[in-house]
Design a protein around this ligand. Structure first.
Ligand SMILES: [Zn+2]
Length: 433
């Protein structure tokens, strides 16, 4: 296949913009080739976006009724909103969430989702349900079940088993589009034994120091030998200087979720000090990485006028490199020969020249998901002319609304979660050696 006539952004960090035809063969970008010509005249072709931390299960929560006292802090947000919602999820709601979240991701040019799933009353097989839904849409994903002790030892064990089972399945029947990590909620809801059991299974995807309540999380992970270059930490807002050093020394990744941090009022992550492996996630606020990266830029720019427009692009490149390491595809997120053909065609009437030197400005001040015309994952068109090629979004959305109504009704029967971390120190960490 040949994508012809476009301005092509072959890399985001550093940015490289060229006027070339893009050849796609066997799911990858090729140096030359032939076949069907896909007219992209007047368009930009960019690497598909990667969302490095999301919760598809929150897709049905948009606008859900809330009758309890308004939360005053992060723990109460969890107790009164998310730890109620997750306990009300059943298999049908999980499937509908994944389909609704996945379709929005693709239509906004996001080609890979790194998901963190929780459904304490429907744990077994939940990752298969999500995988099947996302496979039907054709999006790339990295899945994990969020292990926690907050719902008791049985569910903690079931969560560990679900991660183990899914990882073995994915390793046993390799698919180009799905991988697994070991999900863990956050150190403040987990015992050392549970954390260690998770770490023994494989690389962790865990919330870390999102709020003050999770202070010391990274020290605990390090003391348990659960922090290495494959670890994905979400948030990192309240890392101490020593902990940030541990993260950088281990070469672990951090997923920054600027909009979620603002929405939960947890504080400002010190993103300037977080190194080259700082990626971007949405924490479940959709999967539109145009919007997320722009919000993260403005949030940071408010504090530091010297931050350039290339900063959010470098973070998106880091998100893609993270996914590339997990998929063992080091060129993921670039459009050079040999890279997986994950890309978006943007219909963008540029009001100023688009060049290597100017592209970042277009990204921050002009481009958005509304420009996304076509999307390709692993060489297959999954969005053409703003329509999903494999599913009907209106039908999926109608199904999601039906499930949301069911879910919201069940929520009335679920009270605030009673888990209290006892001053944030329910489980004491051993000092780091
Ligand atoms: Zn999260």
């Amino acid at each position: 296949m040949i994508l012809s006539g476009a301005t092509v952004v072959t890399a985001l960090d550093p940015v490289r913009v060229v006027e070339v035809d893009v050849f796609v063969e066997d799911g990858r970008i090729a140096a030359t080739g032939g076949g069907t010509r896909h007219d992209c005249s007047g368009c930009l072709v960019v690497p598909g976006n990667v969302c490095a931390h999301t919760h598809l299960y929150s897709a049905l929560a948009r606008g859900m009724p809330y009758a309890l006292e308004p939360p005053d802090n992060f723990l109460q947000i969890l107790q009164r909103v998310w730890w109620r919602l997750d306990r009300a999820l059943d298999e049908d709601a999980i499937r509908a969430s994944a389909l609704a979240g996945g379709l929005e991701a693709l239509l906004s040019g996001t080609t890979t989702l790194v998901d963190h799933h929780a459904s304490p009353n429907a744990i077994d097989g939940s990752l298969d349900v999500i995988e099947e839904a996302l496979r039907a849409l054709g999006i790339r994903s990295v899945l994990a079940y969020e292990v926690s002790d907050r719902d008791g030892p049985e569910r903690a064990h079931a969560g560990i088993d679900e991660n183990r089972r899914f990882l073995e399945r994915v390793r046993g029947e390799p698919s180009p589009l799905v991988r697994g990590l070991v999900g863990a909620h956050a150190a403040f809801t987990m015992s050392d034994d549970t954390l260690a059991a998770c770490a023994a299974l494989g690389p962790l995807h865990i919330h870390a120091a999102e709020d003050r309540i999770d202070t010391g999380a990274v020290s605990r992970l390090a003391s348990l030998g659960a922090l290495d270059e494959r670890t994905l930490l979400a948030h990192g807002v309240h890392l101490s200087t020593e902990e940030l050093e541990l993260v950088l020394k281990a070469n672990a990744s951090i997923a920054h979720n600027a909009r979620s941090n603002m929405n939960n009022a947890v504080g400002h992550a010190q993103v300037g000090a977080m190194g080259e492996r700082l990626a971007l996630g949405t924490d479940g606020i959709g999967s539109d990485m145009f919007e997320e990266s722009r919000a993260s830029y403005f949030r940071l720019h408010e504090d530091d006028l010297h931050v350039g427009a290339d900063w959010p692009l470098a973070r998106l490149a880091a998100s893609a490199r993270l996914a590339g390491r997990i998929f063992e595809e080091p060129l993921l997120g670039t459009l050079g020969p040999g890279a997986p053909a994950d890309l978006a065609v943007l219909d963008y009437a540029a009001p100023a020249p688009v060049r290597t030197s100017s592209f970042a400005g277009h990204w921050v001040f002009g481009l958005s998901a509304r420009s996304v015309r076509d999307v390709m994952v692993a060489g297959e068109w999954v969005v053409r002319d703003r329509h999903l090629t494999r599913a009907d979004p209106q039908e999926l959305a109608a199904g999601a609304r039906t499930q949301a109504d069911r879910l919201w009704r069940r929520l009335d029967e679920v009270g605030p979660h009673e888990f209290e971390p006892k001053g944030g120190r329910r489980w004491q960490a051993a000092p780091v050696a």
